[in-house]
Design a protein around this ligand. Sequence first.
Ligand code: NAI
Length: 329
Amino acid sequence: MKVAFYSVKEYDRELFGEYSAEYEFLFLKNHLRQETAGLAEGYDAVCVFVNDELTRPVLEQLSECGVKLVALRCAGFNNVDIVAAKELGIAVTRVPAYSPNAVAEHAVAMLLTLNRKTHRAYNRVREGNFELNGLLGFDLVGKTVGVYGTGKIGLLFAKIMKGFGCEVIVYDPFPSDEAKQYRLVDQESLFSESDIVSLHCPLMKETYHLYDEETFAKSKKGFTLINTGRGGLVDARAAIEALKSGQLGYLAMDVYEEEKDYFFDDQSSGIIQDDVLMRLMTFHNVLITGHQGFFTREALGGIVETTVENLRAFEAGKELVNAVLPVDV
Ligand code: NAI
């Protein structure tokens, strides 16, 4: 089977390359867009990542190229028009879980950085400045932590925060039995009662700009928001206003709505044109990482393993246990 990989980094090439005896791989650095879809001509499958764009026109082009499978090497699938793929007879698979611990732990790392200001202390101490002014933090014990979405990652995050002695409250429209060990609340209560909110739901119509001007206004004054879910969950312009007024005390973002133009690439020699992103970077109480929540050795190993299993199942005509169907959208 011939598989064209888009948005390839060195680590993808190295890890997937171990299976090159089994498959004919084409490793492309390009992101998948209308302009680059033609590179998959003659390939049976494309293997793509979070910022590749699988819109209807791109999928139509891929179909004309002979592509029958889109193998996502990530969990989220908001970048794929699943209905169009189904209509074109293109199967879509994903990696539903690959060390959810990696993302949950990253969310905690971001929280601990912001609340104890270690990002500022690191720079300050290296300059020989041991002054403590401006580094005053807050204890996590006793704080109310709202977990929005209690799937694999949300539940792990909740467990860690419980270990810190926080009061964990959760919201999920389809709570599992495991989620029910925490206090289940409605959305409004989660917004208004939480000192810290962490987002772990998928990006969908219902969750697009979940945090907008209105939600910020009904949140606790000075609360902390952590987003390791998807950028579109937070209206970044509204976040800037909330930061300026002090309504939002701290913001951690591993994801950003317009990240596809910047994240995963070295932009240090160019001029970043996104004024919203640049404004966010000016706040000392905002921490941005470039979608690295998943980036641990363990998680990468899991991604490769499941993606290869998905390719094998497709090739053998077996049931695709990790298929994404229109009903999931
Ligand atoms: P999951 O599928 O196990 O859990 C998602 C949970 O969200 C489910 O419990 C579901 O019932 C709930 N949910 C569905 N609709 C909702 C709504 N309208 N409001 C609130 N909750 C809702 O997914 P998992 O593995 O826990 O991942 C969560 C999200 O994390 C993914 O959708 C993805 O966007 C993001 N992610 C980020 C990564 C990163 O590197 N930063 C890596 C992997 C995932």
